[in-house]
Design a protein. Structure first.
Length: 203
């Protein structure tokens, strides 16, 4: 997996999203063998959960930089760049997005075309099931700004967010076994930092 895509996937998972990275979209024709049209860098969805009325577990706060609306499920169609965040031609191709929406199960085939059309025009659309679908571009811009067609999150912010997450929540995450390579690296960096700080200085 591409390193930048792996970083974004780890960030989204920390924020409570179920993710699929480098999702292949196939072109299937009866006259030629199936071929991969493109890979969508990130598809992710976070389910909505009402906070408990009286005590109980508190719903995890989401990073405001993601720009998700409160009180609804959120689906992200994401493009990841190591440079300036932008959308590849495939992310602007209605056929690609319609196929992905239908296959991913976010909407019926007969509504996919209209949803994709609105998403490409505004960067945000509400599906018949009630969840929001948004286009998010991840990258390294000189000035982070969102456009009408997509929301932007910088990789620099993601790195800072993950570092702060492990530092702040070390009392919990420091005792867990982490299989994700990116999150494991951040855990190792935090563990090493703490070990260095606790080592007594030589006389």
């Amino acid at each position: 997996m591409d390193t930048a895509v792996a970083l974004v996937q780890a960030y989204l998972r920390i924020n409570g999203y179920f993710t699929v990275a480098e999702y292949p979209v196939l072109d299937v024709s009866p006259r030629i063998p199936a071929r991969t049209m493109t890979d969508l860098d990130i598809l992710a969805i976070r389910l909505h959960r009402e906070p408990p009325a009286h005590g109980g577990l508190k719903a995890t706060d989401q990073d405001p930089a993601l720009g998700a609306a409160r009180g609804t499920a959120d689906m992200i169609v994401g493009e990841v760049k190591e440079g300036t965040p932008r959308l590849n031609p495939a992310m602007r191709d209605p056929a690609v997005l319609e196929a992905a929406f239908t296959r991913f199960g976010c909407c019926p085939a007969d509504t996919a075309a209209d949803l994709v059309d609105e998403l490409l025009r505004t960067g945000r659309v509400v599906a018949p099931a009630g969840h929001v679908i948004r286009t998010v571009a991840f990258g390294n811009p000189h000035h982070v700004s969102s456009t009408r067609e997509w929301h932007t999150v910088s990789l620099e912010h993601i790195i800072e967010f993950l570092g702060d997450h492990f530092h702040t929540n070390w009392h919990t995450v420091g005792h867990t076994q982490i299989k994700d390579n990116v999150l494991g690296m951040f855990a190792l960096m935090e563990k090493s930092r703490r070990a260095t700080q606790s080592t007594p200085a030589n006389p």
